[in-house]
Design a protein around this ligand. Structure first.
Ligand code: IVH
Length: 670
């Protein structure tokens, strides 16, 4: 292709892909298959690599992140980013609305919106193109975090329709609850510390120096304000509706997220509705914002030093109750991490009875200056687990006992250690510490690891107590006679267990590697290592440099891997597992056969071992056929992560088998 053709094709692809992104993420209405989308994206990426002179900063290929920013540039806001005056009192909202009635000329229309609990952002668009995204900062100047913001798929890079030449749109970036919880589950699995609440982690994520991290976490954004000189719109409501037309995700997306009303009763109803319903939203809100709708009236009302007179925020009360701290106990995790837990006199909070609250770590206890029997205040904010936010020291008795962090493991009595730079204490005696020994086995048998049917935490506990299993390798030596004698075991369940263990021997290597429970080696990292080194011996022998050369393997993981394989006990366990017949090398797949002849596949979602295109190629090379949409004639739906719900439903209704990447690999394995 010559440069002129290349430039044209790049422009065309950019336009098309932006439109498809919008259809998919904002409209929830894709018009092409994921596969076709991928092909276009790949074509664009290839052209951009070949002709970097035409690669735009606004290319849809930027959505996947990868731009590393050393430092964020400071930008002065063209329009200061003010805050809102706020109140927890309904009375004050009524007073405010009534006061405005006197100040403004003519009847007032109000617009009520959700107050998203996230991070404020201002994004400038020049000639319909994303120009830069700046944080609020101190209100006068903020930081340019464009590379990170561009990875948020609901934020358009190019606009549609009739937009002003130069304007700024403001809104709130937040962490959807489901994505936040998924991230924390993953971190927990890796033995990493979990984040306390979605707002702070959204803010932390946006300050990341590596936009790839942002792309992976799944932040989202609602835009709620348009700023510019001589804008053609006359009211806030109109401008939000226009913004929705230009391609932004705004509160107009859902009827109930925004309300235009002329009455104070209307405002109150909106407040009461969301005070009850806020827990059912897929994201956190911390109140309601009420704005005067018409720009002319807004201008008449003007500003105080810090905030506009024409808007106010009603904040929901974080639910807080007082109760008594009865005891502090300590939990020992699979990795030996010690978590202190406050045991409270049961109290009702946010519709549930709370008996325990997390205390995080030793520093937190010290900061709160806790004594047993203290009256403490417990709050349920954005956090999933309630926390102690304060102590009433007044009624404390003079002989009350101060809470001191333990020095020995509550489970095995070993001395605790605090690693350099970490807040958590650890029990390092993992050889004998029961929750660690059992935890390793529980992790090993779990669904995403060896997925052993008929074996659960309770049975692991019994096996451990009876001295039948101390390490994962012991599981493969168990006999029917041994297990049938355990409490509550019948012939059938004992048999299921033995069969389940035997069947796990065909679980592919990458999952066996994950099951071993190496620190920081989660599912994804295990796959990367397995496919890069092909077998366990190569991983065990790999040098630090060889390890970090693998995509997504950093210093921390490389060190943990090397440490794991230096441990003689790990080597012995692997030796026994190998003898038992577990998979310790990658299954090679067939690159050319007629194994799939006569079979048609619909491939959807994100895969781990292969890219979607590689899977498509494998299907064809083995005699199968790819089709874009599901019909009664489809033989299989090959589903990766994040497959769309519509496809799943359709496959279900036509009773087409849905297979995983692992199932597919087994189909074409040699
Ligand atoms: S309007 C002049 N609308 O709340 C102020 N703000 O304390 C214009 N916020 O910094 C702000 N949801 O980060 C507005 N629907 C909404 C909002 C909202 C959340 C945040 C925003 C702002 C803070 C004000």
């Amino acid at each position: 292709m010559n440069p002129i053709e290349a430039q044209k094709r790049i422009e065309q692809l950019t336009h098309e892909l932006n439109q498809h992104n919008h259809n998919y993420y904002v409209e929830n209405n894709p018009t092409i298959s994921d596969y076709e989308f991928d092909l276009l994206l790949k074509e664009l990426h290839n052209l951009e690599t070949q002709f970097p002179e035409f690669a735009s900063d606004l290319s849809p290929t930027k959505r996947v992140g990868g731009d590393v920013t050393r430092k964020f540039e400071t930008v002065v806001h063209r329009f200061p980013m003010l805050s809102l005056s706020n109140t927890y009192s309904e009375e004050e909202i009524i007073d405010w609305a009534q006061r405005l009635k006197k100040l403004a000329s003519g009847p007032i229309e109000y617009v009520c919106e959700l107050k998203y609990d996230g991070v404020a952002i201002g994004i400038r668009y020049v000639n319909g193109k994303f120009s830069r995204a700046v944080t609020r900062g101190d209100g006068t100047q903020g930081e340019d975090i464009s590379a990170n913001v561009k990875t948020i798929r609901t934020i358009p890079l190019s606009l549609k329709g009739d937009f002003p030449d130069d304007f700024e749109i403001r809104g709130e970036i937040f962490f959807p609850k489901a994505n936040f919880e998924a991230m924390n589950r993953q971190r927990e699995e890796l033995g990493e510390s979990v984040f306390a609440n979605p707002r702070n982690s959204a803010s932390g994520t946006l300050k990341s120096q590596d936009s790839k991290v942002v792309a992976e976490r799944g932040l989202d954004c609602y835009l709620y304000g348009v700023y510019g000189d001589d804008l053609p719109m006359e009211s806030h409501f109109e401008s939000v509706r226009k913004a929705q037309e230009w391609g932004f995700k705004t509160p107009q997306e859902k009827n109930k997220y925004i309300l235009k009303t002329s009455s104070i009763e209307g405002i109150m109803e909106f407040i009461h509705y969301w005070d009850r319903e806020r827990y059912n939203l897929p994201f956190d809100i911390d109140g309601i914002v009420i704005k005067v709708n018409h720009y002319e009236q807004q201008a008449d009302l003007g500003f105080t030093a810090k905030s506009p007179r024409w808007a106010i925020a009603y904040k929901f009360k974080a639910e807080r109750v007082a109760t008594i701290l009865e005891e502090v106990t300590y939990q020992v995790g699979r990795t030996g991490a010690i978590t202190p837990v406050a045991n409270l006199k049961p109290v009702l909070l946010g519709g549930t009875v709370v008996k325990r609250a997390s205390l995080h770590n030793a520093d937190q206890i010290e900061k709160l200056n806790l004594y047993l029997g203290d009256e403490v205040f417990v709050e349920k904010g954005g956090e999933i687990i309630p926390k102690i936010v304060g102590v009433n020291e007044e009624p404390r008795k003079t002989d009350a006992e101060k809470v001191l962090f333990i020095e020995h493991c509550p489970e095995c009595g070993s001395e605790l250690h605090r690693r350099e730079g970490e807040a958590q204490h650890y029990c390092t005696n993992d050889l004998v510490c029961p929750p660690q020994v059992k935890g390793r086995m529980e992790h090993f048998i779990s669904r995403k690891a060896m997925n052993i049917d008929g074996l659960g935490a309770e049975t692991i506990d019994l096996l451990y107590k009876k001295g039948l299993a101390n390490s994962v390798a012991d599981l493969y030596d168990l006999t029917f006679d041994q297990v049938v004698n355990l409490d509550r075991m019948a012939d059938k369940s004992a048999n299921n267990l033995i069969v389940g263990i035997k069947n796990s021997k065909i679980i592919p290597f990458e999952r066996v590697l994950f099951a071993l429970g190496i620190r920081f080696v989660g599912e994804t990292v295990a796959k990367k290592l397995a496919f890069a080194f092909k077998n366990i011996d190569a991983i065990a022998k790999a040098s630090y440099d060889e390890l970090i050369a693998v995509d997504e393997i950093g210093e921390k993981i490389a060190i943990a891997v090397q440490q794991f394989f230096r441990d003689e006990r790990a080597i012995q366990t692997i030796k026994r597992l190998k003898l038992a017949g577990l998979q310790f090398e990658i299954e090679e797949v067939s690159l050319d056969s007629n194994m799939l002849e006569g079979k048609t596949f619909v491939v959807s979602g994100v895969f781990s071992r292969f890219s979607r295109n590689e899977i498509k190629e494998l299907i064809e090379k083995n005699g199968g056929k790819n089709v874009a949409s599901i019909s009664a004639k489809t033989s299989y739906v090959l589903a990766g992560e994040n497959m769309g719900p519509a496809k799943l439903e359709k496959a279900g209704s036509l009773e087409i088998p849905i297979i995983s990447e692992d199932d597919f690999i087994s189909m074409i394995s040699l």
